[in-house]
Design a protein around this ligand. Structure first.
Ligand code: ACO
Length: 324
C-alpha cells in the first residue's frame, strides 16, 4: 500500500510585528475588543517588497532541511495562496525557481483560508496515485496587501506568514500500513455563500486587486457548524472516536471558534495548537504555521494523531487526519 508520510515541516514569519495597540492608533478599536472577540494580540506584516513567494520560499527551505531532502528531490510543489505575487504565473513557479527545485512541477491552489487543507489533499492524491514521490505543500499569504486598513471589522483580524510540509510516498506492508501518514482528507464547498466573505476586485471583474469584505457574524455561524460536521466526518471515515485525536491543529481565525471545536472533540485547550494570539489569521498559512511550531517545540511527536481543519472564503472548508 502506498502511504503518504509527513516527513518535515517549516515556517516563516516576517520580522515586523503590528500590535493591537498600534492598530488602535489607526482605527477606532482597542486591544481589549480585539482580544476579547478574537484572541488576537498581534500579527506579522511583510516588509515593503517582501512578497508571498519570499515567505513561501523560506518556509519551504526549512521544511526540506527538516526532512533531510534537497530541492532536487521534490517532484511537485502545491502552494495554497489567495495573495499571489502576480495574477500569473503561479506563485509556486517562483518558489520552484528560488529553491532550484528543477525536477518539480508547480502550481497554486486557491481555497482562501482552507487552502492548505485543499493543497494537502491534492498532493496526497498525487502521491497515492504514484504520479509523484515527494511533494512540497505550502500555505503562504501576504493578506495585509488585500486589507482595507480603514475597515476595523476586517483589518484587525489578519496577518502575513507561511508554513510548509514535505510529504513522501512510502510503500508500507502489513496491518499497520493503513494507519500512517495522511489517513484521509475531506473537502467541501458552498459557492452560494460568496456574499458573506469575498474580495471586491479581480483580474476579470474589475481589473483591480480589491479588498476583503466580510459579514463576520454570518461567517462565524457557518464556521462553527461546518467545521463541526467535517470533524465528525473525518473521525467517522477512519473509525475513530473523538478521544483518539492527540492534537487539533485548527485554522486560526477566532479563538472562540477554536474552543468550540476543541469542546466537540473533548480535547482540553492544552491539546489544541493555538497560535492566534501571536499570528492572527494568516489564511492558508495558519494551519502549517501552527503545526510547524508545535512540532519544533516538541508538542507534536512521531506517532501522534493530528487533526487539521479550516474554513474560509467560498465558502470552502475541509479537514485532514495525519498520523505524524
Ligand atoms: N473594534 C471595535 N469594535 C468593532 C470592531 C473593532 N475592530 N469591529 C467591529 N466592531 C464593532 C461593530 O461595529 C459592532 O458595533 P455595533 O454593535 O455598534 O454595530 C460591534 O463591534 C459588534 O460587532 P460584531 O460583528 O457583532 O462582533 P462579533 O462578536 O460578531 O465579532 C468578529 C466580530 C470577531 C469578526 C466575529 O464575528 C468573527 O470572528 N467572525 C468570524 C469571521 C472570521 O474569522 N473571518 C476570517 C476569515 S474566514 C475564516 O478564516 C474562518
Amino acid at each position: 500500500t502506498i502511504r503518504t508520510l509527513l516527513i518535515g515541516s517549516g515556517s516563516y514569519l516576517p520580522a515586523r510585528i503590528l500590535t493591537n495597540q498600534e492598530l488602535a492608533a489607526r482605527v477606532d478599536t482597542s486591544d481589549e475588543w480585539i482580544r476579547q472577540r478574537t484572541g488576537i494580540g498581534q500579527r506579522h506584516i511583510a516588509a515593503d517588497g517582501e512578497v508571498t513567494s519570499d515567505l513561501a520560499t523560506r518556509a519551504a527551505e526549512r521544511a526540506l532541511e527538516h526532512a533531510g531532502l534537497t530541492p532536487e528531490d521534490v517532484d511537485v510543489i502545491v502552494l495554497a495562496t489567495t495573495t499571489p505575487d502576480d495574477t500569473f504565473p503561479a506563485t509556486a513557479t517562483k518558489v520552484q525557481s528560488n529553491l532550484g527545485a528543477s525536477q518539480a512541477f508547480a502550481f497554486d491552489v486557491q481555497a482562501v483560508c482552507a487552502g492548505f487543507v485543499y493543497a494537502l489533499a491534492v498532493a496526497d492524491n498525487f502521491l497515492k496515485l504514484g504520479q509523484a514521490r515527494t511533494a512540497l505543500v505550502i500555505g503562504a499569504e501576504t493578506f495585509s496587501r488585500i486589507l482595507d486598513w480603514e475597515d476595523r471589522s476586517t483589518c484587525v483580524l489578519f496577518g502575513d506568514g507561511a508554513g510548509a510540509v514535505v510529504l513522501r510516498a512510502a510503500d508500507l506492508d502489513g496491518p499497520d500500513a493503513r494507519s500512517w501518514g495522511v489517513l484521509s482528507t475531506h473537502l467541501h464547498t458552498d459557492g452560494n455563500a460568496r456574499d458573506i466573505l469575498y474580495v471586491d476586485g479581480g483580474p476579470s471583474s474589475t481589473q483591480t486587486v480589491g479588498h476583503v469584505r466580510m459579514n463576520g457574524k454570518e461567517v462565524y455561524r457557518h464556521a462553527v457548524s461546518k467545521l463541526a460536521a467535517v470533524i465528525d466526518e473525518a473521525l467517522a471515515a477512519n473509525g475513530f472516536a473523538a478521544g483518539a485525536v492527540d492534537w487539533l491543529v485548527p485554522h486560526q481565525a477566532n479563538r472562540r471558534i477554536i474552543e468550540s471545536m476543541a469542546h466537540r472533540l473533548g480535547l482540553p485547550m492544552s491539546k489544541v495548537v493555538c497560535s492566534i494570539e501571536r499570528h492572527a489569521n494568516t489564511s492558508a498559512a495558519s494551519v502549517p504555521l501552527a503545526f510547524d511550531e508545535a512540532v519544533r517545540d516538541g508538542r507534536i511527536k512521531p506517532g501522534d494523531l493530528v487533526l487539521m481543519e479550516a474554513i474560509g472564503g467560498g465558502l470552502a472548508w475541509g479537514a485532514g487526519l495525519v498520523r505524524y
